[in-house]
Design a binder for this molecule. Structure first.
Ligand code: NAD
Length: 433
């Protein structure tokens, strides 16, 4: 099939490259000329495992191309996915300016039938607005369909998530739209849930809100564990083996972040309020998350006492491992809070340093984890990158001023660290040493 993806970011590029890999002819379009010219030279604007190779192979096979020419891209494709950003406004409401803009541009470029598919995460009823926008800008007699096909991929495992999804959700209003999307996704051999457009939009917000709720739930339990000396990892394991509950998303830490959960929760709370439902559960989920992000600071103070003039070594900047994405990353907020208290910060991340350099000031960016440790008063692990699991703690002990490890992700076995002579501070588990 001939497909255009409007918006070549984390979702648009992965979607475009994967559809091309499945044998379709795909144009990834974007209004960021720098991004498109880089992509034309084979440079991916984001780090996502396997993406650069997938792009290169499909460009070579002439199935994938990049363009800023929106008109041309719409002309040559029957299916057009909208994958532009839907960032939060100060009120929490999703900013749908990009969606409206793209919908209008598509309408102005359409000369015959097109299926326009919302891939971006949008509040329920956005599809209605997309339809109205297109209707009011197309020439007479031109037919179109709007569909919703929310994306569930996770950064860091995006290609595998796209190619092997748990389910594909398509919200449609016509047989033609349904048939086109089912045919497009058939090679993935995954369960397809066909709904109306509003249900599909809601499935995405409801899924992310539910996952965020699981995280906040275990984080609330971690606070109780902390107060009574229980171990949240043991509690999570004991709960998670119950198949009705499940172990996934019961990992405690310093709160969820990233470009999706905080924004999608805000947007869901906002649209619920707007249509007359007070989603108080989600308001609490958000409040617990904000509290958890402050909790780590209290933990650091409980062992370092005075923060001023201390050097804190930080491992991890991205909001999760295997990505360079620092949007709403807890590490960035935490580093700024520590700097406000007068701390000096040394930091290392395997992929996110370039993006972090654009937003963090007065931070020492190091070449590796050991350079971070040299002369630091403690080591604070914020993102659970695999390479941080393999560190040589005997070496680290010699480099730190004091063998103190604050594990913001509970990624180490406390005994291992204690045996290596460290004071170990985790979340929702006893401080040892
Ligand atoms: P992103 O910021 O990485 O990419 C968005 C792209 O859209 C950018 O390249 C931008 O230049 C382009 N763009 C913006 N306005 C445009 C316009 N008018 N015309 C053409 N291009 C335009 O964002 P993302 O992380 O890929 O997210 C996109 C959407 O997908 C969001 O709604 C997000 O919530 C959703 N989503 C994201 C993820 C994720 O893990 N990142 C997962 C599932 C769903």
């Amino acid at each position: 099939m001939k497909i255009t993806i409007m918006g070549s970011g984390y979702v648009g590029l992965v979607t475009g490259a994967c559809f091309a890999e499945l044998g379709n002819t795909v144009i990834c379009a974007d209004n960021d000329a720098k991004k498109i010219s880089g992509l034309k030279k084979g440079i991916s604007p984001i780090f996502e495992p396997g993406l650069e190779e997938l792009i290169a192979n499909n460009v070579k096979a002439k199935r994938l191309s990049f363009s800023t020419d929106i008109k041309g891209a719409v002309k040559s494709s029957e299916i057009i996915f909208i994958a532009v950003g839907t960032p939060p406004q100060d009120s929490g409401e999703a900013d749908l300016t990009g969606i409206e803009n793209v919908a209008r541009n598509i309408a102005l470029s359409m000369s015959g039938y097109r299926l326009i598919v919302e891939k971006s995460t949008v509040p329920v009823e956005t599809g209605e607005w997309v339809k109205k926008t297109i209707s009011s800008h197309i020439g007479s007699g031109i037919k179109f369909d709007v569909a919703s096909n929310p994306e569930f991929l996770r950064e860091g495992s995006a290609i595998s998530d796209f190619m092997h999804p748990d389910r594909i959700v398509i919200g449609v209003e016509s047989k033609k739209a349904r048939d086109l999307l089912i045919a497009l996704y058939r090679p993935l051999n995954a369960p397809i849930v066909v709904t109306n457009i509003k249900s599909a939009e809601l499935i995405k917000h409801a899924s992310n809100a539910f996952l965020a709720t699981k995280i906040s739930f275990i984080n609330a339990i971690s606070q109780i564990c902390d107060k009574v000396g229980a171990d949240v990892e043991e509690v999570a394991q004991g709960m998670g083996l119950d198949r009705r509950i499940g172990r996934s998303f019961l990992s405690t830490g310093i709160g969820y972040g990233g470009s999706c959960f905080p924004k999608d929760l805000d947007a869901f709370i906002h649209i619920s309020d707007k249509i007359g439902y007070n989603f108080s559960l989600l308001k609490s989920v958000k409040a617990i998350n904000e509290e958890q992000r402050r909790f780590i600071l209290k933990k650091i103070k409980s062992v370092l006492w005075i923060i001023k003039d201390k050097t804190i070594g930080v491992l991890g900047l991205s909001f999760k491992p295997d990505t360079d994405d620092i949007r709403n990353a807890p590490a960035i907020e935490l580093i700024r809070a520590l700097q406000e208290e007068g701390a000096k910060i040394k930091v290392y991340d395997p992929q996110a340093m370039k993006k972090a350099k654009q937003v963090l000031k007065k931070v020492i960016f190091c070449k590796n984890s050991y350079e971070v440790c040299k002369g630091s008063d403690c080591l604070l692990v914020v993102t659970e990158w695999n390479e941080f699991k393999e560190l040589d703690f005997a070496k680290i002990k010699k480099l730190l001023k004091r063998p103190l490890l604050i594990d913001g992700r509970n990624m180490y076995e406390p005994e291992k660290l204690i045996n290596a002579g460290f004071t170990y501070v985790g979340i929702g588990r006893k401080t040892h040493g």
